[in-house]
Design a protein around this ligand. Structure first.
Ligand code: FES
Ligand code: FES
Length: 505
């Protein structure tokens, strides 16, 4: 669809795993994942992409997604729109349960699902459309404060037109695909893929590990975490002409810090210089899982007075963790920071509030423990590094109540969307996410489904209250992220290892 017909709404998030849903199209009006559908199977049948959808139907869905803030980077959105618009067109069961079930075929890392479900309810007529006046510049400004990277939030983002590097390479660029076996260069993606060994991503039976040992001693509170994948949906991509500056792999969003120093830009430039022609450099999903930075596993031990130790995994080839040490010191000045060399994939301090969030959650949890308040319904307040305040409570019924004060909201829909996404990612960190790594440090689970990202059906209802202020806008979602992680941990009785609710491990 992309190579031959130029249908760039059809995104490649995991091909040929068939697990992210980003490439969903219609075949004879029914949603199908394109990356695992052989061309011969659609011979004589009708294939529809977002570009070819009935204009009224498409406009209604794009509008609903834009109104609800249901699209952030927008990489997942065209596939999700095709899935949900099929429910609409078929007049099938269209209640919230049906929408959440339909979303099981998809992954969205940014939005936390709720805004997508709200957009679907509006588009399907289940709830009145809430039209909030939105200024696209203010929306982008708020996204940049939260991201932190440029992000447009208008209809183009919902159409998947965020300017991703894999979509903007000049026509006729060579395509270089990188996998464990090396780099294969071809005239298009299909020919580049043919040059690689066939290594299908898989989910192994390897258990999740907690690679950093706890320090000896008597501790009031301990926590060990595992390898966590940032799981940005657009794999690393960049294009470059000979002697030129490579395109950023951060086209419409910050990838949670995961692609900030991606080597893919250098690879695009080197190949373009070598070939004397523009080259689009791409990593397979499996390569992203193997080589992309993980959230550093930690072992944290606290005494009742707030002093203690945080040990952080730093495998060979990882980035310098000094910024993480500084962030931890801000959250918990009494913690001694130690790096531990363990075998494993690289880690990076830029990944969403890495270390700071865990230390903030531990300090908040210790406070609650000291007051004898452990369990559901315990509110947690965290002050962010920027001065934002977040208060999160997870009730006995699982519902999540969030209050956030992050200066002038600029665009409430965008700020709310980021807060919903932060709740989803924090619950995943505490409850379900992890990547299995064997004793030799090799990543074993290479599929996007194996990361343990919470599905739409697993997400509790989240209520977000934004407190307006005339103070300058500051990042609020990181404080929400840390406060949610702490509230979830308290609700689970301060289990000593995250994730606490991983199924089948
Ligand atoms: S790219 Fe086809 S399902 Fe992920
Ligand atoms: S908006 Fe869904 S992955 Fe970014």
């Amino acid at each position: 669809m992309r190579d031959q017909f130029g249908c760039l709404s059809v995104k490649d998030g995991c091909a040929p795993q068939g697990q992210c849903g980003c490439c969903t199209v219609w075949v004879d009006g029914r949603p199908r994942v394109a990356c695992v559908t052989a061309a011969r199977r659609v011979a004589g049948r009708s294939v529809t992409t977002l570009e070819g959808l009935d204009a009224d139907l498409r406009g209604r869905w794009v509008e609903a997604f834009t109104d609800a803030g249901a699209s952030q980077c927008g990489f997942c959105t065209p596939g999700i729109l095709m899935r949900l618009a099929a429910l609409d067109a078929a007049g099938a069961k269209r209640d919230e349960g049906a929408v959440r079930t339909a979303l099981l075929a998809h992954l969205c890392r940014c939005t936390g699902w709720q805004s997508i479900v709200e957009a679907a309810s509006a588009a399907l007529g289940d709830r009145p459309r809430e039209v909030r006046a939105r200024d696209p510049l203010l929306a982008s400004w708020r996204a940049q404060v939260e991201g932190p990277a440029f992000q447009s939030s208008g209809p183009a983002a919902a159409m998947g037109e965020g300017g991703f590097a894999s979509d903007t390479a000049p026509a006729g660029s060579l395509v270089a695909l990188r996998d464990e076996s090396g780099v294969s260069v071809g005239s298009d993606l299909a020919s580049a893929r043919r040059g690689l060994a066939k290594v299908q991503g898989r989910r192994s039976g390897e258990p999740l590990g907690h690679p950093v040992p706890l320090p000896e001693g008597q501790w009031a509170l301990t926590l060990q975490t595992t390898w966590v994948e940032p799981a940005y949906l657009e794999p690393d991509a960049s294009w470059c002409g000979p002697g030129a500056t490579p395109a950023s792999p951060l086209a419409n969003g910050g990838a949670f810090g995961g692609k900030r120093t991606s080597p893919v830009t250098g690879e695009a430039r080197a190949l373009a210089d070598e070939r004397g022609a523009p080259v689009l450099a791409l990593w397979t999903r499996e390569e992203v899982v193997r080589r992309g930075p993980k959230r550093p596993p930690i072992a944290l031990a606290l005494r009742a007075d707030g002093t203690g130790v945080i040990r952080v995994a730093r495998p060979e080839g990882s980035a310098d963790l000094t910024p993480m040490q500084a962030a931890v010191a801000e959250a918990a000045p009494g913690l001694l920071f130690e790096e531990v060399v363990v075998p494993g994939p690289p880690v990076a301090p830029e990944l969403r509030a890495a270390g700071w969030a865990e230390a903030s959650a531990a300090v908040a949890a210790l406070r609650a423990l000291g007051e004898g308040r452990v369990g559901p319904g315990v509110p947690v307040e965290v002050v962010g590094r920027t001065g934002a305040r977040a208060r999160v409570e997870i009730g006995a019924d699982g519902r999540v109540a969030v209050e956030v004060s992050a200066g002038e909201p600029l665009d409430e829909t965008t700020l709310r969307s980021y807060c919903l996404g932060a709740v989803h990612q924090a619950l995943g960190l505490g409850w379900s996410e992890g990547v299995a790594v064997d004793h030799d440090g090799r990543v074993q689970d290479l599929t996007v489904r194996s990361f343990g990202i919470l599905a739409a059906r697993d997400m509790p209802e989240v209520r977000v209250t934004l407190h307006r202020s005339d103070r300058p806008p500051v990042n609020g979602s990181d404080a929400v992220f840390a406060a949610t992680a702490a509230a979830a941990w308290l609700a689970d009785g301060l289990a000593p290892r995250w994730p606490t609710r991983r199924r089948g491990r």
